[in-house]
Design a protein around this ligand. Structure first.
Ligand code: IYR
Length: 222
């Protein structure tokens, strides 16, 4: 058992209510501009920006602070091509055989199909892995807690960071995603969580005309 070690909370910043309101409104407006984009430009993006976004994501809270995630950042065209080929194969099966009609109906407003050119066009594919357990240098396993919740929070923070720097992203979940372990050489206790496609939008990018639920629908105040 390790004794807890505490230090003063020096990084906290309080704002007067008026400034708090302004910051809340400004952040909301910023987040309302975010769109999931499926049309990417091949314009390069500085690697340091991606590194900072990953570090921001890595500040996420996690079960027992065990940070049960690993990010594989793919920019190599050969690896992107392999991922596209494998993903499109699974997606073909999904759209033409496996997906129940109800699921296809739910996806209809998004206009998605099995064709995934962005997996090659976008400069970065960030493949997020959820680690079912950690490994000590001597090979012993470290149990992880609330893995899905933790990785989901980190992913949300990564999406926010990417938006904040003026890039766009797409959360892509080919199903099943097991091929990512083979293509990227990751061990089997690392489960692919999703692929975050990252870059600039194509100049002619379009997005589905859909909206978000209003506050009354998503929240209850008691
Ligand atoms: N993985 C497929 C299908 C898909 C499923 C959901 I739920 C979406 O919100 C979007 C797509 C694909 O990527 O096309």
């Amino acid at each position: 058992m390790t004794e807890p070690l505490f230090m003063p909370l020096t990084s906290y910043q309080e704002y007067p209510h008026e400034e708090m309101r302004q910051r809340a409104a400004a952040f909301l407006a910023e987040m309302q501009r975010r769109r999931t984009v499926r049309h990417f430009s091949n314009r390069p993006v500085p690697r340091e920006v991606i590194e900072s976004c990953l570090l921001a994501s890595g500040t996420a809270p996690s079960g027992a602070n065990l940070q049960p995630w690993h990010f594989v950042v793919v920019s190599d065209p050969t690896i992107k091509c392999r991922i596209r080929e494998a993903a499109e194969k699974e997606e073909y099966d999904f759209y033409h055989r496996r997906a129940p009609q109800e699921w296809l109906d739910a996806l209809a407003p998004l206009g998605t199909d099995e064709y995934k050119p962005y997996l090659e066009t976008a400069p970065y594919l960030i493949v997020i892995f959820a680690l079912s357990h950690g490994l000590l240098p001597d090979g012993r396993k470290v149990k992880h807690y609330y893995v899905t919740e933790s990785v989901g929070i980190a992913t949300g923070m990564l999406i926010t960071a990417i938006h904040q720097v003026g890039l766009v992203s797409l959360t892509h979940t080919p199903s099943p995603m097991g091929f990512l372990n083979q293509v990227l050489g990751r061990p089997s206790h690392e489960k692919p969580f999703l692929i975050l496609v990252v870059g600039y939008p194509a100049e002619d990018a379009v997005v589905p005309d859909i909206d978000k639920k209003p506050l009354e629908e998503i929240a209850t105040f008691l």
